[in-house]
Design a protein around this ligand. Structure first.
Ligand code: CP
Length: 320
């Protein structure tokens, strides 16, 4: 593995899941693989789980991890080629990224979309410029449109549970839109769709209100319905996430509380396990009763972030 930006970088998803679960069983089995190597984790936006799990994963492999909140503590970076830097940006990525390439062996970056201009966000300029100029492997800690470490974690978590069921059972996985108070990126929903489709081991249904269609680039292959009850019927896993509009970009048209998952709604499912990437707005996106109930996988899911990061870093280290 050279970079880790999307599902396209995972040639064998089942193989990664298997190795990740082996790390979960024995976290230090490759404790010298990263000895003498250093990962730089740059955050242009806030994070809790991604930041801590990536650092733990690196340490489990014997790597040093240096975290830098470049968004709040670093110079304001410019990403546009041939920019006349007479505005607020202080340093061009063309100058900064090669320095990171000398300081680190692997670079990991979190950026978010502006949600103002769809073409700009979906061009993934920030992460592409780091890949172009750093000269070392780049791992996405969430980009403008995708969150691959989260999605790999989600498949690890589903697979972990599916092992308890008969092998012939193809799980029904439902991605459902949930209400929120502010416009959120489409990254997690795009990425989950991309990975579940690439994995190809599930009956995959996406449900959302009208006008909340995601990009077909990621959803193609899924069944899409505006009827949440119909989608939830017999579901084995329900993945809850809010996202803002894609077509009329970055808007909230409605936040109908009826879309929040409750225990009553779970009755339609096949005793579905409930997933969410966190952070979650309690009693807006997901009810207390579901989050605190026996169907919730959210803590296990977040803890599995370590093994997803560890397997990705180990694949990159083995390729260096
Ligand atoms: N799920 C996730 O990426 O969490 P953080 O934003 O806290 O890293």
């Amino acid at each position: 593995m050279k970079n880790f930006i999307s599902a396209h970088d995972a040639a064998d998803i089942d193989g990664l899941v298997k190795k990740a679960l082996a790390y979960k069983a024995d976290p230090f089995k490759d404790k010298t693989l990263g000895a003498g190597k250093r990962i730089g984790c740059l955050f242009l936006n806030p994070s809790m789980r991604t930041r801590l799990s990536t650092q733990i994963a690196a340490q489990n492999l014997g790597m040093d991890a240096i975290l830098f909140n470049v968004g709040s503590e670093g110079w304001a970076l410019e990403f546009e080629e041939e920019a006349i830097m007479s505005g607020n940006t202080v340093e061009h990525v063309k100058d900064a990224a090669p320095i990171f390439g000398k300081y680190f062996d692997v670079l990991a970056i979190r950026t978010f979309p502006s949600l103002k201009n769809r073409e700009d966000d979906y061009s993934e300029l920030y992460i592409k410029q780091f890949i172009k100029y750093a000269g070392i492997p780049v791992v996405s800690l969430e980009s403008a449109t995708l969150h691959p470490l989260q999605s790999l974690t989600d498949i690890i978590t589903i697979q972990e549970h599916s092992r308890l069921k008969p092998a012939a059972h193809k799980p029904k996985i439902v991605l459902t839109w949930a209400p929120h108070v502010k416009p959120l990126p489409q990254c997690v929903a795009n990425s989950f769709s991309q990975w579940i489709n690439a994995w190809g081991k599930a009956d995959f249904v996406i449900t959302h209100p009208e006008d909340y269609e995601l990009s077909e680039e990621f959803t193609q292959g899924a069944t899409i319905t505006h009827n949440q009850d119909e989608a939830l019927k017999d579901a084995d896993y329900v993945y809850v996430k809010n996202w803002s509009t894609f077509k009329d970009y970055g808007k909230i048209y409605e936040s109908d509380p009826q879309w929040m998952l409750t225990n009553k709604k779970l009755e339609i499912t096949n005793q579905a396990k409930v997933m969410h990437c966190l952070p979650v707005r309690r009693n807006v996106e997901l009810s207390d009763e579901v989050l605190d109930g026996p169907n919730s996988l959210v803590t296990q899911e977040a803890s599995n972030r370590v093994w997803a990061a560890q397997v990705v870093l180990s694949e990159i280290l083995k390729n260096k």
